[in-house]
Design a protein around this ligand. Structure first.
Ligand code: ADP
Length: 447
């Protein structure tokens, strides 16, 4: 097992990884920018290294500085968290070349899934159902028109290098398609330095359902059920639940089995998430994330399995600690992403948290690196905490969620807590009756 793990991240996820390491008797190294010198992950880690100034490009994305930090501290492995370098194949390759273990899949698997066109081709070959659309990259407008004729409008133009909902454009007619192609190409070039595009049928009212999988280097593979992440704003997840209100046990076992077999064939290592849109009883692959997800705690709540601990075991060459037949799905869990943003306009609200009181009690978990007196730096994303609530069934879980949202106190800044307080009184949400466009429609009606 590793002696010392460097955590190449910040905020709640750095703390999350630190906690797993501590429970496994592994020492931790925190890295931080100058803006994060007084952050909680820095205070709790065994050692810390400042890796650069506030902008992420000069600190949390600064590969040479992170490699130096590993060498100075003698860390034998790096956990990348999510975001930042977690899906950077070059980073995984460089660490390997330095004899440091990257806690994640191989650089080649990251590269393969990072190109969404290649990912889709691979998924299809592995027997995973995909959204109908172009077979590969779209080179000319004529090609795009032909694909749209075949699938029917509306269509979605997507960037091969896309992420975070960027570089996506909907087109409802041939005219719209021409302009969608040129804006998506320009956006993708500017955001990702790669203007390859592909196309999909734009699904009207699907749910976003993703399957958690895990594989070790001893040939063991398992799926840990699904998460429903249909409550989204600008293609970004806002609240997630596990299991999905739309699936039954048989459907869960079926799609889970398809994904687990595919991952085994691929020779994948570690944890991963295969994302689908789900409409009229059918699953359509959209992408695979080769890292720990923000919303992993709801799967942990329902299965009782510590995903970070398993990641570390697998990276160290051990077997995962359970088998598919050991996995039991108990009760229901919901996660609310609490952002330092105005709950109506979603404008960021950095500043100093004057008072921070987290809810507690049975079935309640708060993953956050915030504290009373913490100053939120304006340089990074606005997630300041995740409220994760578990109950023996969906109703108990939602009643508990309602109770905890009343208990949570974050004073001094604006947060998205009021949005969730409203949602737990919305009949559609309470009935589990929603799709990926529901939240945006709801917000539009309210404003
Ligand atoms: P990103 O990597 O940028 O997050 P994804 O491919 O994962 O992009 O898609 C993000 C979200 O965009 C999905 O959860 C869904 O809401 C929406 N989306 C993606 N593909 C489609 C599609 N074919 N039809 C309708 N909505 C889609």
């Amino acid at each position: 097992m590793f002696e010392k793990v460097l955590i190449a991240n910040r905020g709640e996820i750095a703390l999350r990884v630190h906690r797993a390491c501590r429970e496994m008797g592994i020492k931790t190294v925190a890295v931080h920018s100058t803006a994060d010198a007084d952050a909680m992950h820095v205070r709790l880690a065994n050692e810390s290294v400042c890796i650069g100034p506030a902008p992420a490009s000069e600190s949390y994305l600064n590969i040479p500085a992170i490699i130096s930090a590993c060498e100075i501290t003698g860390a034998d492995a790096v956990h990348p968290g999510y975001g930042f370098l977690s899906e950077n194949a070059k980073f995984a390759d460089i660490l390997k070349a330095h004899g440091i273990t990257f806690i994640g899949p191989s650089g080649d698997h990251i590269r393969l899934m990072g190109d969404k066109i290649q990912a889709k081709i691979t998924a299809r070959e592995l027997g995973i159902p995909c959204v109908p659309g172009s077979d590969g990259a779209i080179r000319t407008n004529e090609e795009a028109y032909a694909v749209a004729e075949e699938t029917g409008y509306p269509v979605l133009v997507k960037a091969a290098a896309g992420g975070g909902g960027r570089g996506m454009k909907v087109a409802r007619s041939k005219d719209e398609l021409a302009s969608a192609l040129s804006t998506a190409r320009a956006e993708a070039k500017a955001a990702f330095g790669d203007d390859s595009l592909y196309m999909e049928k734009y699904l009207g009212q699907p749910r976003h359902i993703e399957v958690q999988v895990i594989a070790d280097s001893h040939g063991n593979v398992a799926h840990l059920g699904e998460r429903d992440c249909s409550l989204q704003r600008r293609h970004q997840k806002v609240l997630e639940e596990c299991p999905s209100p739309a699936l039954n046990a048989q459907q869960r076992a079926e799609i889970g089995g398809i994904v687990a077999r595919a991952i085994k064939k691929l020779g994948y290592l570690g944890v991963g998430t295969v994302e689908f849109l789900y409409e009229d009883g059918q699953f359509f692959f959209i992408e695979m994330n080769t890292r720990l997800q923000v919303e992993h705690p709801i799967t942990e709540a329902v299965t009782g399995i510590d995903l970070v601990r398993e990641q570390i075991r697998i990276a160290a060459g051990l077997e995962m600690s359970f088998r598919q037949e050991d996995v039991q799905f108990n009760g229901h869990a919901v996660e609310c992403r609490i952002n330092a943003e105005d709950a109506r306009t979603f404008t960021p609200s950095p500043g100093t948290i004057k008072d921070f009181h987290t809810p507690g009690g049975l079935g309640v978990r708060v993953d956050s690196a915030a504290y009373s007196g913490y100053r939120i730096p304006p340089y990074y994303d606005s997630l300041i905490g995740k409220l994760v609530v578990h109950g023996r069934n969906r109703n108990e879980c939602l009643m508990r969620l309602r109770r905890t949202l009343h208990e949570f106190v974050i004073d001094g800044i604006k947060t998205t807590i009021p949005l969730f307080q409203d949602l737990v009184n919305e009949p559609d949400f309470m009935n589990g009756d929603y799709h990926i466009h529901w939240l945006e429609n709801y917000l539009k009606q309210k404003s």
